[in-house]
Write a protein that binds this ligand. Structure first.
Ligand code: K2U
Ligand code: ZN
Length: 174
């Protein structure tokens, strides 16, 4: 297992549409193991493969609280089968848009279908933090960031803030 670098805006790779996985084999499981280790190290509660530069439709997640046992979850080729009209606002962040948080509205519940760590098909409803996180991650698989749901002004402000923080980090190293 290895901790991989997480791409940040405005890296154009993050805008790519990721490709479906043909077979959940050992190489895909090794990728998910690396993604999970990278997510825990960030720290975060979700991660899409494109965030470490791999354009495959793979997501990992762990919504367990700090005082709970880890509950890793793996999603290969996830699809949204149904959603509801009711929208819910949620303050979101993103490991690819560090230290920027804004409210985003998404459907309150979504019915999803995916393949698990062993390639077994799962169909279930997701709501609450699970519903928000899976929609946020599935956006990544389509090259969409949560800031793309914001106004142009807020999106530009977010990108400028991340770039300024990266410049300051570079000057500190000198
Ligand atoms: O895609 C990512 O960068 C992972 C996000 C997942 C996430 C986004 C929005 C709402 C919930 C989860 C990161 O984990 S951002 C860090 C974070 C951690 C806890 C709660 C919210 C955001
Ligand atoms: Zn994100």
């Amino acid at each position: 297992m290895a901790v991989r670098d997480i791409l940040v805006v405005p890296n154009p790779v993050l805008k790519q549409v990721s490709k479906p996985v043909e077979r959940v084999d050992d190489s895909i499981r090794a990728l998910m193991d690396d993604m999970l280790e990278t997510m825990y190290a960030a720290p975060g509660i979700g991660l899409a493969a494109i965030q470490i530069g791999v354009p495959l439709r793979v997501i990992v997640m762990d919504l367990a609280g700090q005082d709970e046992e880890p509950q890793p979850r793996y999603f290969v080729n996830p699809e949204i089968l149904e959603d509801v009209d009711e929208l819910q606002p949620w303050e979101e962040g993103c490991l690819s848009v560090p230290d920027y948080y804004e409210e985003v509205e998404r459907p309150r519940r979504v019915k999803i279908r995916y393949l698990d760590y062993h390639g077994k098909e799962v169909v279930e409803w997701a709501e609450g933090l699970y519903g928000v996180c899976i929609q946020h991650e599935m956006d990544h698989l389509n090259g969409v960031l949560f800031i793309d749901h914001l106004s142009r002004l807020k999106r530009q402000r977010a990108i400028r803030k991340v770039q300024k923080a990266l410049r300051e980090k570079e000057t500190e190293k000198v």
